[in-house]
Design a protein around this ligand. Structure first.
Ligand SMILES: [Fe+2]
Ligand SMILES: [Fe+2]
Length: 291
């Protein structure tokens, strides 16, 4: 029987909660999350705006989470981009190591927009943005947090493993589905995070390297996992940037402006199905959408 789900907000602490419409006309066989990798620049934002509403509809997606750390000119995100992603029907935007590249908090005249944005929880900053975002879909509470890795990363983040323990102890019992994004350079750090949180987190996804990995799986203790979601942006590029600019930079050792590439746009991420009764992940699949 097709059922309409009424949504309600959960309490506000140092987290942000908001309602998400349940996928229209869907049988409640599973709760389906589409988690997208780093959105790189204006071409990706535009492509997402054109395609995501239809993708949501045909795939019965209930919730879209996407990393927006590269959404504005490839480095950070501003309010204009946040609003564009919101209009494209991204529900929750996570950030990463580029969060401090752009002081979007000074433009924060609409706190509601920032409420959709999730800061890395193991990074100290003055940005007034939640580090744990929840939403409720058909009575199922989903919580989202992101941790930065520490290997070969420029920012001084605290230990992602200890921070995960802290966040899980604080919020684990308040949600049915606890998702963790590990935004890290080193594959081994992300894989280690997966093993560490298996059986506690519902879903662990890696981001930052912009290249999708083929290791999507359900770990032995029931956590859905992928080492890297990949990227939303131009794939005829070097991780979203213009090929010739990057080659010049590498070969000559010079720092030059790396233009955002525009050809062969794709959306990368994963789709995860959760059992609405047990709230456990049933299936995780890599997601690739071509232009
Ligand atoms: Fe990053
Ligand atoms: Fe990135």
């Amino acid at each position: 029987m097709v059922q309409a789900f009424l949504l309600k907000e959960t309490s506000f602490l140092d987290k942000f909660s908001f309602p998400v419409p349940y996928a229209a006309g869907k049988m409640q066989k599973s709760l389906r999350i589409l988690y997208l990798g780093d959105i790189v620049g204006k071409p990706a934002r535009k492509f997402l705006g054109e395609r995501l509403p239809h993708i949501r509809e045909v795939n019965n997606i209930d919730l879209v989470i996407a990393n927006g750390e590269n959404a504005t000119s490839g480095a950070g995100i501003n309010l204009k981009s946040i609003r564009e992603l919101k209009a494209a029907r991204v529900d929750i935007i996570t950030l990463g190591d580029h969060v401090l590249d752009r002081d979007f908090c000074t433009e924060a005249d609409e706190v509601q927009d920032l409420g959709k944005v999730c800061m890395p929880c193991n990074l100290e900053s003055k940005i007034n943005c939640p580090k744990f975002v929840t939403c409720e879909i058909g009575g199922i509470k989903v919580g989202v947090c992101i941790v930065l890795g520490r290997q070969f990363m420029k920012l001084q983040a605290s230990c992602p493993f200890k921070k995960f323990d802290e966040m899980f102890a604080k919020y684990g019992n308040s949600v049915d589905i606890f998702t963790v994004e590990i935004h890290a350079e080193v594959t081994s750090e992300k894989i280690a995070c997966g093993w560490y949180a298996d059986g506690k987190a519902s879903l662990i996804v890696g981001s930052h390297t912009h290249v999708q990995t083929a290791d999507d799986c359900i770990l032995p203790h029931g956590t859905a996992y992928i080492t890297d979601l990949g990227m939303c942006g131009a794939h005829r590029s070097v991780i979203g940037r213009d090929i010739s600019s990057v080659l010049e930079s590498f070969i000559n050792g010079t720092r030059c402006k790396l233009a955002i590439a525009e050809e062969d746009l794709r959306l990368n991420g994963c789709i995860v199905d959760f059992d609405p009764t047990t709230k456990h992940p049933k299936k995780i699949s890599r997601f690739v959408h071509l232009a």
